[in-house]
Write a protein that binds this ligand. Structure first.
Ligand code: NAP
Length: 252
């Protein structure tokens, strides 16, 4: 488990009440950051916030729906009001959506997945970037997926959204890197979180694990360790890129 020094930094993590976002929030707190735990789910968000504060850290829960631009704007404003600045933002909240081939895909699920997984990341950056410029710089990590670079049958909306996140990330990096805001995306393989376990049976999970040459699913902490590096000052020359953490899934 990696720890990067982020004392005096303020870190905002969306979808921090579960899975990958939870591991990111806990990792930033261990590094000394003040953490805004933002989530749709108050139970998960408050649980993670309490875990940080009971361990001596500083964290605040903010309830947010990342698919609503005004709620995202308030989330960033609350972060700056509470802690005085924003230095690190992890746009992580995401959903799986319906499973169906493109020619039968439910239009309402298409819209919902694009709203949360793609528009939610844009709304995040739309308000995080001005706050980071105000703070003198920062680092944004957008959680894409292996499905930001390869297709996957029966998940057209998810795949389209994640490809979009990779492109959006590159564009923002071109625009803002010279002004001190680095922007990267991360492409996890299939990770053992409630997003998978709540929706798939054991046999399917085992088949998916077997699609990774490493022979298993990833762990949330293995993603959080890469995210923490990219957010840290040690990654000063890393910007505009898409970093895989996928047990060789896409090498196949
Ligand atoms: P997770 O365990 O389900 O956690 C996601 C969190 O985001 C949940 O607390 C969820 O709340 C919250 N959320 C959902 N919609 C939201 C919204 N509109 N606004 C704010 N919060 C919202 O999922 P995870 O596996 O950690 O996934 C995190 C990110 O990693 C996602 O972007 C996902 O696409 C990506 N990813 C996951 C995998 C994987 O295999 N697990 C692989 C590659 C990429 P609710 O529980 O109330 O929905």
């Amino acid at each position: 488990m990696a720890t990067y020094d982020c004392k005096d930094k303020v870190a905002l993590v969306t979808g921090a009440g579960s899975g990958i976002g939870e591991s990111c929030a806990l990792t930033f707190a261990r590094g000394g950051a003040k953490v805004v735990v933002a989530d749709y789910d108050p139970d998960g968000g408050k649980r993670v916030t309490e875990a940080i504060t009971s361990d001596g850290g500083d964290a605040t829960f903010v309830e947010v729906d990342v698919s609503a631009a005004d709620r995202v704007e308030s989330m960033v404003a609350t972060t700056v009001d509470t802690y005085g600045a924003l230095h690190i933002a992890i746009n992580n909240a995401g959903i799986g959506g319906a499973q169906a081939p493109t020619g039968e895909y439910p239009v309402d699920s298409w819209r919902q997945v694009i709203e949360v997984n793609l528009n939610g990341v844009f709304y995040g950056m739309r308000y995080e970037i001005p706050a980071m410029l105000e703070a003198g710089g920062g680092s944004i990590v957008n959680i894409a997926s292996i499905l930001g670079s390869v297709g996957f049958a029966n998940s057209p909306a998810y795949v389209a959204a994640k490809h979009g996140v990779v492109g959006l990330t590159k564009t923002a990096a071109i625009e803002y890197s010279a002004r001190g805001v680095r922007v990267n995306s991360v492409g996890p393989g299939f990770i053992d979180t409630p997003l998978l376990s709540a929706n798939l049976d054991e046999a399917t999970l085992s088949a998916i694990a077997g699609m990774h040459p490493i022979g298993r699913l990833g762990k949330p902490q293995e993603v959080a360790d890469l995210v923490a590096f990219l957010a840290s000052d040690e990654a000063a020359f890393c910007t505009g890129a898409y970093y895989l953490v996928d047990g060789a899934y896409t090498a196949n």
